[in-house]
Design a protein around this ligand. Structure first.
Ligand code: NAD
Length: 563
């Protein structure tokens, strides 16, 4: 395996040296998942990793195969038994320390022009930018997100995982207690667009619930995951409990699904279907966080300038490579012209760039294939009569895969950009007669991930939100009002996925519940001392009485609530 290739791309990343990437890649081999002997050089197959900002090769990681995956899962399974027996409070404390470590580095990173001492600390941000080509402003969001998630889990998980008393068969007769046990080994398959946030949003709740995790990052962005794995160890996670297997999706993914007890997948709807089928065949549970074609609605009473700024964030964060990005905007007619003028103006103010500072707002797309996809979607819309209000072209002078933030109008309903997810900095805007028409247009999609509604009347916005078929709906915000609410579930309707991350739901997906019922009155069967006819009549009378009593209590509570 050759993984040293000191390129110009690396020279630009101030805190990184090629050797560091090699060290990270070697972790896969050292952990035993890429070769039995632990000698990195023994692993012949490797996958090259490139920097989108320059299209240059920056290194390589082992191309794991099915036997590597099996070895990683086996080691994780051995480590998991002891971890499961560790009290939830202690497990949560480890994650809390991990959050602090990420946060410490973030704080130090802000002074990236500092002296050489900062080289090591600046690593996570530089690493993120290096392997994704994203702007530093977007990269830093990932470093806010991971510690926030750690804090939430540390505080909440012990309660969510504690035994729960539930109602028994009838008052006084039996008790019912629910216990929550880890499922075992969780496979996490993550995409390239937010490599830190999205891998940790699924891995950390699995760990705190007492599971081991084997993570397969996207082959384009393996280094961030490997760096976080290192920090988890520093934070005190037991050896082998968190493993990373690198390699090609169609090889490593299926092998992982065959070996684990649960799979948490984030990626495209197309791959999500393959993952769900395989998990179904293995009778293991899965959560699927998939694609979207997200709507943004501007109502007639909106503060247009605020909505325009919000729309810029909604559409062009991470160069539009965000599952929650808005790709369709519906504006009530009376606000249309004013909104479009403000939106174009704000969009044209954006700066493009991939520098290791906070100057640029919009970074690069991930690779040539993504650039082609974006360009094809725009060309197709143009050929069908769409007007390009701004953007609509690649900017190779900024970086090889850069594309201008693009606003389209007059887009035909059958244009690719209207029906499919572009996953780039492209949005179409259309006028609609009223709020009802906006909601109908928003819901006219097989997807249902995220939506955004803009209005001065927040109550009206929240009412309209209830009619939108999406897992998250933000009023007067792009996506952070829901994504940042880590106590609340997040996921998709329809083709956007199954299951939820975040909140208690995001932890409970990783446990098996067990109900323990204890009888205080002996076996719950027909008594032998009473004639059966009497018993049946008495039991029905007790049932009716019980129902009447609980109905009375319900009504009383309702009256108290109404007062
Ligand atoms: P993708 O489906 O191609 O890849 C995602 C992951 O799946 C990668 O790690 C990849 O290696 C792996 N993979 C590929 N083939 C596989 C297979 N046959 N079996 C198992 N795993 C396999 O997705 P992508 O195009 O790289 O990512 C972008 C997509 O992800 C977009 O559609 C975006 O909307 C979606 N996404 C969704 C969310 C969410 O939370 N809902 C978040 C981010 C991205």
């Amino acid at each position: 395996m050759s993984s040293t290739d000191h390129s110009a791309a690396l020279d630009d990343a101030p805190s990184l040296a090629a050797r560091r990437l090699t060290d990270l890649a070697d972790r896969v081999a050292r952990s035993g998942s890429a070769d039995a002997g632990g000698d990195p050089a023994a692993k012949v197959d490797a996958i090259d990793v490139s920097a989108p900002a320059t299209a240059e090769r920056i290194g390589s990681v082992p191309a794991c195969d099915a036997s590597d995956v099996d070895a990683a899962v086996e080691r994780a399974r051995e480590a998991q038994a002891e971890w499961a027996a560790t009290p939830a409070r202690e497990r949560a404390a480890v994650l809390d320390r991990f959050g602090d470590l990420v946060l410490d580095r973030r704080a130090e990173l802000l002074d990236r022009f500092g002296d050489l001492v900062l080289d090591r600390r600046a690593e996570l941000l530089d690493l993120l930018q290096l392997e994704t080509g994203k702007s530093r402003r977007t990269a830093v969001e990932e470093l806010f997100d991971v510690p926030m998630g750690c804090g939430y889990l540390a505080e909440t998980a012990p309660g969510v995982l504690a035994d729960e008393g539930r109602a028994g068969v009838a008052p006084g007769m039996t008790t019912a207690t629910v216990t929550y046990d880890p499922v075992g080994v969780v496979g996490v398959i993550s995409p390239w667009n937010y490599p830190l946030t999205l891998s940790m949003a699924d891995a950390l709740p699995a760990l705190v619930a007492g599971n081991a995790v084997v993570l397969k990052p996207d082959e384009k962005t393996p280094y961030g995951a490997l760096a976080l794995g290192e920090l988890l160890e520093v934070a005190g996670l037991p050896d082998d409990l968190f493993q990373v297997v690198t390699g090609d999706g169609p090889t490593v993914g299926p092998a992982l699904i065959d070996a684990v007890d649960y799979v948490a997948f984030t990626g495209s709807t197309e791959t999500g279907r393959i993952v769900a089928e395989r998990a179904g065949r293995n009778l293991i549970d899965c959560s699927l966080e998939l694609g979207g074609n997200n709507p943004l609605i501007v109502l007639d009473d909106t503060d247009v300038d605020e909505a325009a700024r919000g729309a810029v964030q909604a559409c062009f964060s991470n160069a539009g490579q965000l599952c929650l990005s808005a790709e369709r905007i519906y504006v009530v007619e009376s606000a249309y012209d004013e909104f479009v003028d403000a939106f174009v103006r704000e969009t044209e103010r954006l700066t493009l760039g991939t520098g290791y500072d906070y100057d640029a707002e919009v970074g690069s797309l991930i690779d040539a294939a993504q650039l082609d996809r974006v360009q094809n979607h725009v060309d197709d819309a143009r050929e069908r009569g769409a007007t390009v209000l701004t953007g609509g072209r690649a900017r190779p002078n900024v970086a090889p895969y850069c594309y201008e933030p693009t606003i389209l109008t007059d887009v035909e309903p059958d244009a690719t950009v209207a029906c499919e997810e572009t996953f780039g900095p492209v949005v179409s805007v259309a006028p609609v007669p009223d709020a009802d028409a906006a909601v109908a247009a928003a819901n006219d999609s097989p997807y249902g991930l995220n939506a955004s509604v803009w209005t001065r009347d927040r109550d009206r916005g929240a009412e309209i939100a209830r009619d939108i078929d999406c897992g998250t709906v933000n009023v007067n915000d792009a996506f952070l009002a829901t994504w940042g609410a880590v106590d609340a579930p997040m996921g998709g309707f329809g083709d956007s996925g199954m299951g939820r991350r975040h909140g208690p739901e995001g932890i409970r997906r990783y446990v098996e519940s067990r109900t323990i019922g204890v009888s205080r009155v002996g076996p719950l069967t027909f008594p032998d001392r009473i004639p059966i006819g009497w018993f049946v009549r008495g039991a029905f009378a007790a049932l009716s009485l019980g129902r009447r009593a609980s109905r009375g209590v319900r009504r009383l509570k309702e009256r108290i609530r109404l007062r």
